[in-house]
Write a protein that binds this ligand. Structure first.
Ligand code: 3HC
Ligand code: NAI
Length: 702
């Protein structure tokens, strides 16, 4: 018998246990072991019933994702036939679930005749998040157990549900109470079922729940309409709906075949490759070669935030949401009232949408205290500064913090452009200084670029990376440079978009191309949302040091000069009607752009959608290559995470660096070289891009 699957006979009940840490993944060896254990129990006359369970932290995390797309393909048995055989057995088979049962793990449980769960168990079919669908009977058995509407919600969202909800839905049959061990309970039940000769209940044979949806195709049409916004661009959610519909319209065996064929098509798709890449990238990002996993961290039990403006308020909310008391420091009571008012309004909006209880809101607000005295910050374990973007001001504040905060406290800055090392130089503890670059709105966006200064200590880095996780964010460790990883790449993309305006494109065309590519919005709609004035101020400050030999577009400045700062002034790159955030193309802007082209002597020409995509996205990738070469991001997949979580880069494209590999680095290099010849220095291919292209490699090979 395989070491990965064990079997023991408990007085006529065979207990089959998955033993494949960390998640009891159902790779080839486990499938073979499970098949062998099952065959032996099925044919052994001394075995009257079976229990299937998992050892360690969980029942089972599903199929081994690493096997997908492997050449040669992983061998048999495959999960669907294995689960069919389990379900077809006449001896009772009980699943004893704890921790999580996800994906193939959940489908294994659905193949059993009864499902018992320990308290705290969570179950779900998250395959859709990997660009695939439950491919081992999940789309066929789940609707038969819980009905079509609930199955659509579960499978298309990919969300886990807690045991209590799984019980109400009918996914599991019982949650064992109190101290009872779930395996013991399952063994007792399996034995009793055998003793009483109880007929087994097979999910595949159930019909009453799906019968309710039969002859009602509108259920699926309506669901697709409802999910359209969230599923835009993704293939898998639609495939899930189609297979659930097949469960209703086709007999079980045919539905299973439909599911299998769809699964195989999706596994081979670029979208699934990209989403699997994102899954592993998300786990890789926490690994820092010179800051090992066991690096001691400092406890963060209390926090402080300096400045309660747009960012500071959101950052304070993150601490309160995670149950960490936070003190907010501002220049005046007036500023405190304003900031706290916005925080309160934000929470109230969530309460009114039914996503937060009034009680939880009160608890969270209760965790936020305010002060205008630095002395009140002495107790904080971490302080995050979020005042105006001015080096002088930040240095002054860090100097003060250094004197009032306890020696162990970490001092972090939310700066979006400034040199963290220079900020650290204002303190006597540069090893405890680090950047924590949140994205706006800080209480919503999941990304934190954690900026390591030259002297940030491993302990500081490890503590802040852990803190990111505690407050529900994904922390990506980056190095010090202007704009860090995300915004530095964003500049490269926006710059070319502005040049394209001067050459013949219009904001609405560029926005549409990038929206259709899968970005949440195009650069100009995004600018209008964020506000154009801040960037304008920065550009004015930098005007004196701007390299004169490089091309500069004045379009953005000219728009600001008209007092058009975006949505907040009712007009920016586009115009807006009162109370409506939909951008409307504005002939005034078109005229302005045409006049700028004329004044610059740039003949306007037709700019194709393909050119827009290449001119914006290839320089973005190129800048990513420079960042890698400069060591400012640890790996290409970290850059992908920055873009997926900070800018809404479509997950089904895997992030810019993974997408570049799909296109082919050589192709990108060739186009960049041509663009460089045509448009000059900003577009010079990065040496790393050239090297990879010459070697026929991609970023994934680094
Ligand atoms: N296959 C391969 N590796 C997996 C895996 C899986 N299904 N699930 C987790 N891992 C790996 C992770 O990459 C990580 O590896 P690392 O240590 O080398 O970085 C390690 O296992 C531990 O994972 P986590 O750090 O995520 O551990 P947590 O304890 O935080 O979370 C979990 C556990 C909730 C199970 C989480 O790992 C998870 O969500 N896993 C994926 C679940 C999933 O999507 N299942 C569906 C798979 S597809 C399928 O089943 C197809 C079927 O329908 C045919
Ligand atoms: P903001 O102007 O909305 O807020 C700044 C706040 O700091 C104001 O409430 C102000 O009263 C307060 N403040 C000023 N001087 C202070 C002092 N001496 N002590 C205490 N408080 C003081 O600015 P915003 O947008 O929140 O930006 C803050 C920081 O976050 C900047 O460094 C910015 O670059 C960075 N950032 C901004 C992002 C954004 O999208 N707005 C995104 C990521 C980072």
């Amino acid at each position: 018998m395989s070491d990965l699957v064990t079997i023991s006979n408990r007085d006529g009940v065979a207990v089959i246990t998955l033993q494949n840490p960390p998640v009891n993944g159902l790779g080839f060896a486990v499938r073979s072991g499970l098949q062998a254990a099952f065959d032996s129990a099925a044919t052994d006359d001394a075995v009257r019933a079976l229990v299937i369970t998992g050892s360690g932290r969980m029942f089972c995390g599903g199929a081994d994702i690493r096997e997908f797309g492997q050449t040669p393909p992983a061998g048999t048995p495959h999960l669907p036939s294995l689960f069919d055989a389990i379900e077809a057995l006449d001896k009772p088979v009980v699943a004893a679930i704890h921790g999580v049962a996800l994906g193939g793990g959940c489908e294994l449980a659905l193949g059993c005749h009864v499902r018992l769960a320990a308290p705290g168990t969570r179950v779900g079919l998250p395959e859709v998040t990997l660009g695939i669908l439950p491919g081992a009977g999940g789309t066929q058995r789940m609707p038969r157990l819980i009905g079509v509407p609930a199955a659509l919600d579960l499978i298309v969202s990919g969300k886990m549900v807690p045991a209590s909800k799984a019980l109400t839905l009918g996914i599991i049959d019982e949650v064992v109470e109190g101290d009872v061990d779930v395996v013991e309970a399952a063994v007792a039940l399996a034995r009793q079922m055998a003793d009483e000769n109880r007929p087994v209940r097979r999910a595949s044979a159930l019909d009453d729940k799906i019968a309710e949806a039969r002859g009602k195709p509108e259920i699926f049409e309506q669901f697709k309409k409802k999910m359209a916004r969230r599923a835009r661009g993704f293939e898998a959610p639609y495939a899930c709906v189609a297979c659930i519909e097949a469960a209703v319209t086709q007999p079980f065996a045919e539905g299973l075949a439909t599911e299998r064929a769809t699964f195989q098509r999706l596994v081979a798709s670029d979208q699934s490759k990209a989403q699997r890449h994102a899954f592993f990238a998300e786990r890789q990002v926490a690994k820092i070669p010179d800051v090992p996993k066991d690096t001691p961290t400092l406890p963060i039990d209390t926090a402080a935030v300096i400045g309660c403006g747009t960012m500071g308020g959101g950052i304070a909310m993150n601490f309160a949401n995670a149950g960490i008391p936070v003190t907010v420091f501002e220049v005046s009571q007036e500023a405190i009232n304003k900031g706290l008012g916005i925080i309160t309004k934000n929470y109230a909006a969530t309460v009114s949408k039914g996503r937060l209880s009034q009680e939880a809101m009160d608890t969270r607000l209760g965790l936020i205290s305010t002060t205008v005295n630095y002395e009140d910050l002495g107790n904080a374990d971490v302080v995050i500064e979020a005042v105006f973007e001015e080096m002088g001001l930040k240095k002054k504040i860090f100097g003060t913090l250094d004197t009032v905060c306890k020696p162990d406290a970490i001092l972090a800055s939310n700066t979006s452009t400034l040199d963290v090392d220079e900020i650290a130089s204002a303190t006597s503890r540069p090893e405890k200084v680090i950047g924590t670059h949140f994205f706006s709105p800080a209480n919503v966006m999941k990304l934190m670029e954690n900026v390591r200064g030259a002297q940030s200590s491993p302990q500081t880095i490890a503590t802040i990376m852990k803190l990111s996780k505690t407050i529900g964010k994904i922390g990506v460790l980056v190095g010090v440079c202007d704009g860090f990883v995300g915004n530095r790449m964003l500049y490269a993309y926006r710059r070319q978009a502005d040049f394209l305006l001067e050459e013949g494109a219009l904001p609405q065309q560029i926005d549409k191309v990038l929206y259709d590519f899968g970005m949440p919005m195009g650069p100009y709609a995004m600018g209008d949302l964020a506000g154009l004035d801040v960037g304008w101020l920065i550009r004015k400050e930098q005007a004196a040091t701007r390299p004169k030999h490089l091309r500069y577009s004045t379009v953005a400045d000219r728009i600001c000069e008209l007092g058009r700062f975006g949505q907040k002034t009712g007009a920016g790159w586009h115009r807006y009607e009162a109370g409506n955030r939909t951008p409307i193309p504005d002939p005034e802007i078109e005229q302005l752009i045409v006049s700028i082209s004329e004044a610059q002597g740039i003949p306007r020409r037709e700019v194709t959608d393909q050119e827009i995509l290449e001119r914006c996205m290839y320089p973005l990738v190129n800048e990513g290559a420079k960042i890698l070469e400069e060591g400012l991001a640890m790996r290409p997949s970290d850059i992908d995470i920055v873009w997926i979580y900070g800018y809404g880069f479509p997950r089904y494209r895997g992030g810019p660096m993974f997408w570049a590999d799909l296109i082919g680095v050589k192709q990108i290099y060739d186009v960049m070289s041509r663009l460089h010849d045509e448009h000059g220095d900003w577009l010079e291919p990065a040496p790393l891009l050239r090297r990879l292209a010459e070697q026929g490699k991609g970023f994934g090979d680094l």
